[in-house]
Structures are given as C-alpha cells and as structure tokens.
Design a protein around this ligand. Structure first.
Ligand code: SF4
Length: 348
C-alpha cells in the first residue's frame, strides 16, 4: 500500500497529491492503484462545499424555469419572481435586475410573430381544457403578486382565487398591450380554453367556494386573458346573483364604449361592493374612473395630468394585492393604477 501521508505534524498544509505517493507509479499493483483512487476521491468529495439550497440564487433553467438566457446577458437573469429564488420580498420587480436584453425581449413580439396574427398565446402547450385539470380557480397562494388573503379594505378576510384564460385568444384586438402582453413572458402559466367545460367547472367551483367562504372570497379575473364575449359576461352576472359571496376584481381591455365593455361597466355600477373591473387604457386616454395603464419608462415617468398611483407591489412597497387592495378600494376609484410596463420594470 503506498503512503498517503507526508508524515508532517498535524496542522501542516496538505501536501499536493501528486507528490504524496512514495513509490514510483510504475511499481504500484492494481489493488494499490484502486485504493489510492478511492482515497483521493473521498478527499476531493470532502473538499467540495455542501450546496446551500434555499440560499443561493438559481442560475439554470432547470433550477428555475423563470430564468432568461440571452447570449447578450453576462449571466442568466430572472424576470419572473419567486420568494425562493431571491429569498426576500415577494415583490416581482423590486429585486429582479432587468437588463437591456430582457427589456427588449419584453417590449413586444416581433410584428411578424404568428401569435399576433392568429390572436393566440405564444405558449400553446400551456393552454388546457378545464376537464383535464383538477380546478380552474387557483388559490392566490400560488401567485406571488396576488397573495392568498385580503388583509385590508372592504374585502379584508377574503381568500383570493384567480383565473387565467388564453391571452389574445380571449382579448379584444384593441388591447393597448396586444403585442407586449405579459403572458409572453409566462411560459408555464396555466391558461384555460374558453369552452363549455370551462363554464361548467367555473359554476361548480364557484358554488363550492360560496359555501366554503360565506363571508366572501375574491376572484381575480383574468390574470391572463379577458372577457371573450358577451355570453361570458352574462354568465358572471348570473353567478354573481346566484352566489352572494363572490367578489370580483380585475382588468379588461374592452373599451367602455363597446358592447362587452358596457356590460362589464354596468356591473361595476350596479354592484360596486362585489364587482370591481378596471379598464386598461393607453396612457394618453382621457381620464375616467376605474382605469389602469402601463408605464414604459419607469415609475418616475408618470405624465403630467395623470392622477395615478404606481402599483405599490411592483415597487416593493407592499407584499401582495391582498395586502394592498388599492385596485378595488372605493377611495381609489378616480385614480388610475399604473403598472410598470415590461421595459420599465427595474427603473425607478
Ligand atoms: S395597486 Fe395594489 S391591488 Fe392593484 S395590482 Fe397593485 S398591488 Fe394589486
């Protein structure tokens, strides 16, 4: 057996492995070589530090599917958000570095992209039929922006659920962010196909939630997608009549002057305590109550004449919509809520 120690006193720095064998290599037997190899392997293993899961920022798409890999980036960047990834606040954009290349990627699809022409998501593999999924209304606990519970305002105490439909497929082409929909950057979001199965599932799940939460529950419509047609709006009206605990909030790109937009707006007027859908409008649209717009050049780029407030969650000033509640607060009805457009995220 070859000598593996130098015989130096304890505490002496380790001898380089190459000079620690006292016999010429050519005279070693196969068993000695095997013993030597396994001993050195053990030493190497002891020298490699334990990975600190939960403390390091993931750097591969395998560890974190939200990472963007762009050859122009010096390192992978995260444009999504997870508490696990950053180990800090749930704020989506407060911590996430946004590079030029990420901004470019999210400033909009190439105008020739077929998803724009065909009016569909880019991520077609993540469009599901309701009958193939356990549920269509997902708890806000799974959504870092929404949160699971409202903690302030008139809906305090209500759990939050959300629904996503296929973006563009269910949206009006007049949407101010048709090409730059944030769904472009959500490859793994579950979107539902608008069909009879979806409507059946919604009715069933709303009935169950109504029973489980007699004090009220919130449905966020639609994290992705929009009201696809008038029948769909009427269905929500019917469910809202049938299930008195439903509280709905969200945004629509349907102009208030359109038939669908009118129907949605009437719900705002007729049941303000339980239906709060804001209109998504271009920044230069005339100011009216219950609007939202995108800010593309950072939080300090609010144009003069716009009485708005930048979403505090996106600025890292509150954890979730549940802890903010501004969008459905009656006191905020006349103020426009401003979201940091994808290129403006990270700019303050
Ligand atoms: S303003 Fe508040 S409620 Fe509205 S989206 Fe931002 S965090 Fe959510």
């Amino acid at each position: 057996m070859p000598e593996l120690s130098s015989g130096l006193p304890p505490g002496t720095p380790a001898t380089p492995r190459a000079v620690r064998v006292s016999k010429p290599a050519a005279t070693l037997s196969a068993a000695e070589i095997a013993a030597l190899v396994s001993e050195v392997a053990l030493e190497i293993a002891a020298e490699v530090p334990e990975p600190k899961f939960g403390r390091r920022v993931p750097t591969t798409r395998h560890e974190n599917p939200h990472l963007v890999h762009d050859p122009k980036d010096k390192q992978p960047r995260q444009y999504g958000m997870t508490k696990r990834a950053y180990g800090t606040a749930l704020a989506r954009f407060a911590n996430a570095p946004v590079t030029e290349s990420v901004a470019r990627r999210h400033s909009g699809l190439d105008p020739r992209h077929p998803a724009l022409k065909e009016g569909r998501t880019v991520h077609t593999a993540f469009v599901f039929d309701a009958k193939d999924r356990e549920r269509v209304l997902i708890s806000g606990i799974n959504n870092a922006k929404l949160g699971k519970l409202v903690t302030k305002g008139p809906w305090a105490g209500s759990p939050i659920y959300h629904l996503s439909l296929e973006e563009r497929k269910t949206c009006p082409r007049s949407c101010p962010v048709w090409d730059a929909c944030y769904g472009n950057g959500m490859p793994a979001a579950v979107r539902f196909r608008y069909n009879a199965n979806l409507m059946r599932s919604l009715h069933k799940e709303l009935a169950a939630l109504n029973e489980r939460h007699p004090g009220g529950f919130v449905v966020r419509l639609h994290v992705l997608g929009d009201f696809p047609d008038l029948d769909y709006v009427k269905s929500w009206k019917g469910w809202s009549d049938e299930f008195r605990s439903i509280q709905v909030e969200g945004y629509t790109a349907h102009p208030r002057t359109s038939e669908i937009g009118q129907a949605i707006w009437k719900m705002n007027l007729n049941r303000p305590k339980r239906w709060q859908i804001r209109n998504s409008v271009p920044m230069d649209a005339p100011c009216e109550p219950m609007q939202v717009s995108s800010l593309w050049d950072g939080a300090n780029s609010v144009p003069d004449g716009i009485d708005g407030i930048v979403c505090p969650q996106e600025l890292g000033k509150t954890q979730t919509c549940g802890t903010c509640a501004l969008c459905w607060s009656p006191a905020m009805a006349d103020k426009r809520v401003l979201f940091l457009g994808h290129g403006g995220r990270g700019k303050k």
